[in-house]
Ligand binder design. Sequence first.
Ligand code: ADP
Ligand code: ZN
Length: 742
Amino acid sequence: MKKAGSLIRVAVPVPLADGFDYLWDGEAAAPLPGTRVEVPFGRGHRIGIVLEHPAESGLPPEKLKAARRALDPEPLLGPELLGTLRWAADYYQHPIGEVLSHALPGLLRKGRPVEAARGPTYRLTDAGAAQAADALRKKAARQADVLEYLATGARSIAELRRTGATAATLRRLVELGWIEAVPDCARAGSASAPQRPTPALAASIAPAFAPPPLTDDQRNALERIRENGKPAGACLLYGVTGSGKTEVFLRLVAEELAAGRQSLLLVPEIGLTPQLVARLEERFGAALAVMHSALPDGERLAAWRRARDGQAGVVVGTRSAVFAPLVRPGLIVVDEEHDASYKQQQGFRYSARDVAVLRAHRLGVPVVLASATPSLESFHNAKSGRYRLIEMPRRIGAGGAPRIRVIDLGRHASRQGLSTPLIDAMSRRLANGRQVLLFLNRRGFAPTLFCPTCCEVEECARCDARLTVHASAGELRCHHCGSARRLAWACPRCGTERAAVGAGTQRVDEELKRLYPDERIGRLDRDATSRKGALGAVLAEASSGNTRIVVGTQMLTKGHDFPNVTLVGVLNADQGLFGTDFRSDERLAQTIVQVAGRAGRRDEPGEVLIQTQHPGHPLLACLLAKGYDAFAELALDARRRAGWPPFSHLAMWRAEATQRAPVAAFLERVRAAAARASHVKVLGPAPAPMERKGGRYRMQLLLQSRERPPLRALLADLVPDARGWREARKVRWSIDVDPLEV
Ligand code: ADP
Ligand code: ZN
């Protein structure tokens, strides 16, 4: 056995087991956990991350290979973040190497040094320090900004650029003798030590910003969250759209910044919330770092680095930003906490919301979950006292809550998805110069191509699904596997002209153009926004008021604030009413309340019209008559009786292959193995809701337990075993702990 300290256990990004042991025989001491190392792997080499220094290895000494080199002079991941990631790997039963690699920007995964590409760093000269920035401000505001910024310490050119300083301004200041480039040697000492945001820094980089005076609800919410912060706990900020929730957590973020601490703010999708990002920029200026997967590699690394060295006092990002490195964390906020995009649905299937709560707990900082439609899990946690519940039931302004009316599609004529009462209401609002939003969760022209002679519907050859008609592109497309073929109206069997049945957003868009030829109409769905920049353009046109009617899918429900909208139409509420999934009720209620929240201005109440074939459906009736609270209580009752989460814990074991038999055989073996465990119920294997997708057969097995420990113990036992099974070689399989869809 090798001596302790000369062995390192390394997480390598491969879908295998846990860590791999290597010898460390370098001159220097073995690199600390969290450091990147290059190690021989298979026939090549890989970049991995040191997990620990094991006392001994399970491998005989002659089998151990030596690590080649360390890539970082000090650990890339601190103990807290490494610990959180190891917890997540364990909890979600995902290989640690892939988990760590998910948390790192691509350039770091590839071995790029963490340090910025070095441009010059500037500092104030004595003459510059003596300049009164206030006096200068009138003549040369840009120059004054730079002097003020540098008064807090030397800054790299990249940082200066982010504050808006141009090369010309910097050149001019050097000429004036007020700033100078710092020589390399002077920089070296401070570069590696993480810089902390100081109160002075925070003040200097946030431009003067006067937030609005708080409403009573906001003041109350802030007080209660602050109380809950000592000792740190979780809060559910449950407030209707427009109640001022965002303002509440922005205040908290500002307080943290002033105290020199960082805040992590998670949002569902950056592209869909440009207004929030603009608000953050306005308020926090250069202290803001934005992290999301669409960023170019270089920017992503830069944001990561600024979070890690503390220059970013506010980190805003999507799902994977929950793993942002933080040097002085003070607060975590999860906005729209109910949003399904917090759950990664492939590979490392984790819930960023749940990880955020755990991470805040490990860090000892408060976490705020905010939503107008909390997930039933969070709602339950709040009602049972695990989270503090903070409610903001009133909208700001005199507009008040929107009026909701149901339109019975059985009683009113409709054309391409638009009923007569809805069209009347639209015409009235448009005549008053207002905007209208129409929600339809179905893109394309029509969801079905039907032959009236053969009574056949055109289906995807690779999926158990209908093909959607995309009339303008002249294609039939599968929304599940992405395959497409040319649209032919004549039936291939009998030659009859076929009909496009039902309406998607494109068809509604066309109908609107026919009804309102003089109005600008915008479409917000994946087809209309796939080109780069198109999404931003559609949103900007809508928020400026140029677009008078916006028809869109789920994308409409996210946090936009179109100030002139006074009417929202839900074209088809029935899509979610009869879902097979135990969460379909919850999703429908959230969607309806979220789109309804887009209606109404500060000074004018909004109206929401909901079209349905089933106006008497108990869920709809409860939601519309009594609101989301009452719905949530009712739905939780149903979950309790049926034993679904949050009253039980689930793990979904999925498998797929081009043939059905090996899938069944594999899951059958899982079932047999799982059946031995006590306190865990095994349901299945059964075909997936869409059994064939993309030419592969898919089946699933659900594991369910009342308490979490028996389920975790079973998975910990079974998953490593299953990786070695003969049956596992013929299928693709995955584990989904706390699945969103079953
Ligand atoms: P929510 O996040 O609950 O939807 P916001 O914080 O975005 O609410 O506030 C809704 C609107 O009201 C925004 O336009 C915001 O600028 C404005 N607002 C928020 N707080 C106040 C306040 N205290 N006084 C006046 N306007 C406010
Ligand atoms: Zn398909």
